[in-house]
Ligand binder design. Sequence first.
Ligand SMILES: Cc1ncc(COP(=O)(O)O)c(C=O)c1O
Length: 354
Amino acid sequence: MTVFNFSAGPAVLPVPVLLKAQSELLNYKGSGQSVLELSHRSTLFENILQETESLLRELLQIPDNYRVLFLQGGATLQFSMLPLNLATAHQRVDFIDTGSWSQKAIQDAGAFVQTNVIASSEADHYRSIPTGPIRSDADYLHITWNNTLEGTTFTNVPQVDVPLVADFSSSILSEPIDVSQFDVIYAGAQKNLGSAGMTLVIIKDDLLQRTPDRLGSYLRYDIHAAHHSLYNTPPTYSIYLTKLVLEWIKEQGFDTVVQRNRRQAASLYAYLDQSAMFSNSVALPDRSRMNIPFSTGQTDLDQQFLQFVERHQLVNLKGHRSVGGMRASLYNAMPTAGVDALITVLQRFEQGER
Ligand SMILES: Cc1ncc(COP(=O)(O)O)c(C=O)c1O
């Protein structure tokens, strides 16, 4: 059965990537071994690691003075690693609070250092990104670039005099970014980069000197950087899948992927904005192209719609339990046919079909 998977993560992967992984599963490049079985110290795996890094550097145009780390622990471990490694001078971190993942980052940093919210869209129920001038004199400023639950995204990089750290978990590689405007970019792999298990950290190398002496080895960015992500066993298969995803992006051209994302999100928003039944309440300039929450405004009707879509092979459209309603995640691997099918089903439901 073919379905269109709108999950927020782990999420849809490109079919050609899955087929390539399948074809290489039992015998990787004639080695007689599966990638799953390769030693992380083998030349075959070291080549996978190097190719993954160089594809990322090429696609995101990562400057040479940034290190690329492939870690474990999800984006969630970064909520602790960041303050432990970087908040060492003032023991203070500033945040822009844009919703639930920002709050989790604030909460975890608060276990180690002082946290301070310098801007928030809470008063607007997180339906927008805060605007206006900001000032920070903390060890760094943390932002959540794309807010997976609320369906908002930053479009302008905040300008501050301290290092800028950004959680790009749900939008990495969905659009071009100027890496040089950030000091740390991090993202879990399970949305736009591949499978769960790997977390990408792109860090400017001058920050590696901040790590204090008394910190366990796995938690140290400087150790991971010195060992090129091979200090301990990295998430080998997840890194391999990311390599396949990056090859898939490169083959089509990054710009083609970006334009497709824009078109697909625009067509779903266009439908929602003219609909008399469904709506999205995010401020227009701050709408995410990756995560699009919508609802009928009535819990019962939302429930009926969710049952209706399941009968049409559209899965994982239920909104996050804290937000309710529906959410369509349109990551890079969502084909246009999936968005078209969703819009058709929305229309049919709105016309009364059950
Ligand atoms: C923006 C954002 N940050 C952090 C996380 C947490 O990621 P992980 O589950 O990899 O720890 C998520 C997961 O959905 C997310 O969407």
